[in-house]
Design a protein around this ligand. Sequence first.
Ligand SMILES: *Cc1c(COP(=O)(O)O)cnc(C)c1O
Length: 393
Amino acid sequence: MRLPIYLDNHATTRLDPRVLEAMMPYLTGTYGNAASHSHSFGWAAEQAVETARAQMAQLIGATAKEIVFTSGATESNNVALKGVVETARQSQPDRPLHIVTQATEHKAVLDVCGWLSRQGCLVTTLPVSAQGLVDLDELRRALDDEPALLVSIMAANNEVGTMQPVEEIGVLCRERGVLFHTDAAQAVGKIPVDVARAKIDLLSLSGHKIYGPKGVGALYVRRGVKVAEQMHGGGHERGMRSGTLNVAGIVGLGAACALAAGEMAEETVRLGVLRERLRTKLLAGLERVRVNGSATHRLPGNLSVTFQGVDSESLMMGLKDVAVSSGSACTSASIQPSHVLRAMGLSEDDAHSTLRFGIGRFNTEEEIDFVAERIVEVVPKLRELSPAWAEMT
Ligand SMILES: *Cc1c(COP(=O)(O)O)cnc(C)c1O
């Protein structure tokens, strides 16, 4: 076993060596521009991109023509939300620009909604239950109170692993002629996601969350849905995203998708077993420990745990051979408690006592046992020094 142990697979994942192998030719000899149609260098690059597009489409039940390559899920979310609003402004100027989202979205959705709201859109942000689930009755009410253009609700949460009922949400949206966008960066490649079954119109995903490279992602755009371009230029990607394609990155994303499609079922079982092993050991070894999120609607590799009376920053410091996160990577630079945990009703103190374990493809049982033992050893020591703990007990 090598130290440190990486248990932060929601922040990013290690590039699978098989993905790197698929990418290598496109980082070296096969360097053509996929938009160069006059010679074999360009043709080879274009062919590789189209293979990746098909691999990507197959994983989510789409057709290749519906895939737009981007730089990642942040960009995909921006293009989806801003592109839909811009299209509506141009083609249906009388339509109310109402967007419905929910409180535990990634900042790459919430911040775009904040910006759109400053541009005059009406944004409804639905609350979540203690498990982090949106209430379908509340969604129905929001849509019936004020006709909406778009619903943006994530497929799976990056902090607590809660999986939203996308198939039911898709039905509610389709019945009302509302577009349904889902940020599926944590879901695609981990759990089955089928854009036809869930009636998804727009879906964002990212390469580096599925053992592919960073800086590449995709937006699925259902045939017939119009999304105004946010990056103007050469008209690449059917005019929806200009810029020379990141050929090696796209090849890597395609390879990552193909691997996920083939190994998902087996991997889900393996990660679920490791997660339960960690959970059981922590709950057996420590008092006042709580698991956050849904027990049933949960990503297999996710475990979010509140260690009451312990500051998560001190705990991480005490676990110096273990890479975990105290919240979403994108907000951990600030000392704000996680908006996800707060939305689920955790107190500020509990939110500051929470660690997120992200178990992934390359973790082993030996690593899980090591981490569990370290935590069971360190937490009581930290509690001995904690005034908050003294008050609690
Ligand atoms: C990581 C992540 C993103 C951002 O993806 P990038 O490709 O890093 O831009 C967006 N949404 C969720 C749910 C994520 O987990």
